[in-house]
Design a protein around this ligand. Structure first.
Ligand code: NAD
Length: 453
């Protein structure tokens, strides 16, 4: 069936009001959970074919997230969906005021390839929880996972409710001409702008989960061993193909030598040497070539080897990098960590502020003043003090970017809100209203109004 007909059918189905019932939403969330569990091996095999991601990494960074999301919404659906009573102001007394979380209708999720299951199904789960219909367009670059999701969902759910649409740029371009009630996009800032423009044609609200260059700052007051371990983990997880990976490292000069040695040690300890099974491959030739070109030989501190046949790039640290170097101009999105040294904490924060707002930022320090300055002065989507990446595993925190790294957020109740309209309803009594708001007006009425308002 053509995609515009699928959308048409979803619109008709949404009008039946069935998706609004909490029992309906729960039933489909449970069904999705069961499908994920019963198709676990098929999902592992597909992602392994796409970019050699291990079962361990796939479970911890993809499936566990999705299963948690489902459990969270099943458990909290009643309270999230319940109309919220709020106070009523003086002029509307003796009325009652409520906010209804209303599903938006037909939603579109467009996702990226780097965490294909999490980035596709997590927003779709939030859309279901909030009572919407949904079309999901995963990334064609991770072709096997796209096909795995489309077979799992399209064979088991009615297409007038949920549908996975396979396709690349051409298909997405056509899809974006249609009118949706919400578009949730995860991908690059460049394509985010294309999606935003297309959405504007229909005044469709968007969530844009984009990328950027996320700094990790390590000061001399940090617990250096812990910092090194957590930076190596967050940077080289998924071979650096993580939107919130530390893109580059800012290290205080006095501890630089010592700290780089620690980074080297943890790269070795984690077993990322050539051919290691636990270490993810680069997604395709284009990205492989782009990344290899960023490895400047005379700046290699450690790593630097690569293997085209295996699409393998060794975890690589580049030292003595400056803000003007090519590698500092765009998001790296791969296992190369450039290091810039600094002397002054405030000055280095100013250097970050001069640039586009990052999706994430990480500070390693035990100094309370530095923690405070970092949290207040720097604008970034979200981040951690003394860790990397883990903020997104806490579903009590909103996850999203700011400025060039995105707009809107999700996870937990924020995902529910992203797919809901907050509808305000004021219910008035039909008695007990003074006449002063109605014409004919008089000076006396005006003086009363002034007192009341
Ligand atoms: P991408 O922008 O190239 O592609 C994302 C989606 O857009 C895909 O589904 C693709 O089919 C579609 N697309 C690509 N070009 C298009 C075009 N011209 N018109 C219409 N649709 C188009 O991104 P990617 O390479 O899949 O992912 C990498 C980027 O995503 C990085 O910048 C990364 O930081 C970002 N990202 C952000 C998050 C987040 O949560 N903020 C998560 C993962 C990835």
């Amino acid at each position: 069936m053509e995609i515009d007909n699928i959308l048409l059918n979803q619109r008709e189905f949404f009008k039946t009001q069935q998706t609004k019932s909490l029992a309906f939403r729960k039933m489909y969330l449970e069904k999705l959970r069961n499908l994920i569990l019963s198709n676990e091996n098929m999902l592992y095999e597909a992602i392994d074919k796409d970019f050699g991601k291990s079962r361990f990494d796939t479970f911890t960074t993809e499936l566990s997230f999705i299963l948690n999301d489902i459990d969270y919404y099943i458990k909290n659906l009643k309270s999230l969906a319940k109309p919220k009573k709020v106070r009523t102001n003086l002029v509307n007394q003796l009325g009652k005021s409520k906010i209804y979380s209303e599903p938006l209708g037909c939603t579109l999720v467009i996702s990226a390839w780097n965490y294909p299951y999490q980035l596709s199904l997590s927003p779709m789960i939030a859309a279901i929880a909030a009572g919407n219909c949904c079309i999901l367009k995963p990334s064609e670059i991770a072709e096997n996972t796209m096909k795995a999701m489309s077979s799992m969902i399209n064979q088991n759910f009615p297409s007038e409710y949920l549908y996975v649409y396979e396709g690349g740029i051409h298909e997405t371009t056509e899809l974006l001409k249609l009118k949706f009630d919400k578009i949730f996009f995860t991908g690059s800032t460049r394509v985010g702008k294309i999606v935003y423009k297309a959405a504007a044609e229909h005044l469709t609200p968007v969530v844009l989960e984009l990328g950027g260059k996320s700094p990790a700052i390590v000061t001399k007051d940090a617990s250096l061993e812990t910092a090194a371990k957590r930076i190596v983990w967050g940077k080289f997880l998924n071979a650096g193909q993580t939107c919130v990976a530390p893109d580059y490292l800012l290290i205080e000069e006095s501890v630089q030598e010592q700290f780089l040695e620690m980074l080297r040690k943890y790269i070795k300890e984690f077993g990322y040497e050539s051919g290691a099974e636990q270490y993810t491959r680069i997604i395709n030739d284009n990205n492989y070539r782009r990344l290899v070109n960023l490895i400047v030989q005379n700046k290699i501190y450690c790593g630097g080897s690569f293997n085209e046949k295996q699409l393998y790039i060794e975890p690589t640290i580049l030292n003595h990098v400056s803000w003007d170097d090519v590698i500092m101009q765009e998001e790296i999105f791969g296992p190369i960590l450039p290091v810039i040294e600094f002397k002054n904490f405030n000055a280095v924060l100013n250097d970050i502020i001069e640039r586009e707002k990052p999706l994430a930022a990480y500070l390693f320090t035990n100094n309370a003043e530095e923690k405070d300055i970092f949290s207040r002065k720097l604008s970034f989507g979200g981040g951690c003090i003394n860790d990397t990446v883990m903020h997104l595993s806490n579903d009590h925190l909103p996850f999203g970017g700011v400025g060039n790294s995105g707009t809107g957020s999700y996870h937990g109740k924020y995902g529910f809100e992203a797919f809901s309209h907050q509808k305000a309803v004021l219910e008035k009594t039909t008695w007990g209203e003074p006449d002063i708001k109605y014409p004919p007006y008089s000076e006396k009425k005006l003086s009363w109004i002034k007192r009341l308002l």
